[in-house]
Design a protein around this ligand. Structure first.
Ligand code: 5RP
Length: 271
């Protein structure tokens, strides 16, 4: 692998732990102004220093992320669908590679929809990006998306999706945590990170999911809602880091979360 490609991957997946905490803030590309990310700049500002990579769209990057940041950017470059439209799987590539380079990205990300009517189209989107990425030394992260069909998230299906994505050249694959997750990782020759999915009932639930994923071989998390939809997003991302990078047990990380939460409550300006 070329130096540039390796360097970009090492900026995302930290070589000292082999793990990564990515923060996904790309949801608006098909879900619009979701709860707690209506003002992306306000959501991102306190969190960006605590993530190893940020995953926005280019619209959010240009409008809402301070260019002084040294956090690597994994740019969402697929879309063209919406929650109001007929089929979430119908995605195309939305960003020219030239613009991704202009934005100094560490990687580009797209969704693939395996087993849908748009399987071929979205897999060819992946190969198009991989070909361009090879030219410029930019890795591609493939998201094994399920759209509205959350029940598809089982090991047999996700193992298929992750392997196909890696076979077609994805450098990192993002998928969902599931029962028998180690089978998904075992079948995938590139690092696997997990999405958080819809907000779980408690922070402890999300910390348990992150712990179980790492324990079963994930390289990290690329989480959104379970961080920024928490009432205490900074304590939450810091607790997630404790699990992902330091191997803390969920209960230990939850203690840290509670401690940071109470400190942040004390610091609230009463005015
Ligand atoms: C949408 C995505 C999102 O980035 C993703 O699902 C991660 O965020 P969350 O943890 O909220 O699920 O890739 O296709």
């Amino acid at each position: 692998m070329d130096w540039g490609m390796r360097n970009r991957i090492n900026r995302i997946i930290k070589p000292d732990t082999g793990h990564t905490v990515m923060l996904a803030v790309d949801h608006g590309y098909f879900l619009g102004a979701m709860n707690r990310i209506e003002d992306p700049a306000a959501t991102i500002k306190p969190l960006i220093q605590f993530c190893d990579a940020l995953m926005p769209t280019r619209g959010v990057l240009r409008t809402s992320v301070d260019p002084a940041t040294d956090t690597p950017i994994v740019l969402r470059v697929s879309g063209g669908n919406s929650i109001a439209g007929p089929d979430l799987a119908n995605e195309g590539i939305t960003v020219d590679f030239e613009d991704a380079i202009r934005l100094n990205v560490a990687a580009v990300a797209l969704s693939v929809y395996i087993g849908t009517e748009f399987e071929n189209q979205t897999l060819l989107n992946l190969t198009e990006l991989v070909n361009q990425g090879q030219t410029f030394g930019i890795p591609v992260l493939a998201v094994t998306a399920v759209g509205k069909e959350l029940e598809k998230r089982d090991a047999r299906y996700l193992k298929l999706c992750c392997r196909i994505s890696a076979e077609l050249g994805a450098a990192i694959v993002k998928t969902y945590y599931c029962e028998d997750f180690e089978e998904v990782v075992k079948g995938c020759p590139v690092p696997v990170v997990i999405a958080g999915g819809p907000k779980l009932e408690t922070e402890l639930d999300a910390l348990k999911m992150a712990y179980d994923a790492i324990d079963r071989g994930a390289a990290g998390v690329d989480m959104g809602r379970n961080i920024w939809q928490s009432d205490f997003p900074v304590p939450m991302i810091r607790a997630i880091r404790e699990v992902v990078h330091k191997g803390a047990k969920p209960e230990e990380a939850h203690e840290l979360f509670k401690q940071l939460r109470s400190e942040s409550e004390k610091n609230v300006d009463p005015a």
